[in-house]
Design a protein around this ligand. Structure first.
Ligand code: SF4
Length: 112
C-alpha cells in the first residue's frame, strides 16, 4: 500500500531548522564522525578518511528506481542517488566501480 500523502521529514522543517542542521553537518565534517569509522578527518580542509569523500558529494547517477518491491517503488519510482566512495569496503560489492573506484562526478554546486 502506498501513501500518496507522504511527506519526507526534512520537508517539514522550517527554514531555520534546516539551516541549523546544515550548519551542524558542516561542523561534523571538520572532524568527521558521520559514520562509525569516526576517522576524524577534516574534510573541509581537503583531508579524507576511509570513504575518500571530501566536503562535496561525488555522484555516479540519479534516477527513478523501479527495481525494488512495490511498496518502495510506489507510482513514480523510489528515487535513487548513487553516491561514490562507500564507507563499508565490502569485497563482494556489486557496485565496486562506484563504491571502491569512485566512478562519478563531484557536485560543485552543493556545499555545506
Ligand atoms: S568513513 Fe567517511 S563518513 Fe565515515 S567517519 Fe570516515 S571520513 Fe567520515
Amino acid at each position: 500500500m502506498t501513501d500518496r500523502n507522504f511527506t519526507a521529514a526534512y520537508l517539514k522543517l522550517s527554514g531555520r531548522e534546516l539551516k541549523e542542521k546544515i550548519r551542524l553537518a558542516g561542523e561534523i565534517l571538520k572532524c568527521c564522525t558521520l559514520c562509525p569509522r569516526r576517522c576524524r578527518a577534516d574534510r573541509t580542509a581537503g583531508e579524507t578518511g576511509f570513504c575518500r569523500t571530501g566536503d562535496r558529494p561525488v555522484v555516479s547517477s540519479w534516477n527513478p528506481h523501479f527495481g525494488e518491491e512495490s511498496p518502495l517503488v510506489g507510482y513514480h519510482g523510489s528515487g535513487t542517488i548513487f553516491f561514490t566512495h562507500c564507507n563499508l569496503g565490502c569485497l563482494f560489492c556489486q557496485n565496486w566501480t562506484i563504491s571502491h573506484h569512485g566512478e562519478g562526478r563531484e557536485m560543485r554546486h552543493w556545499r555545506i
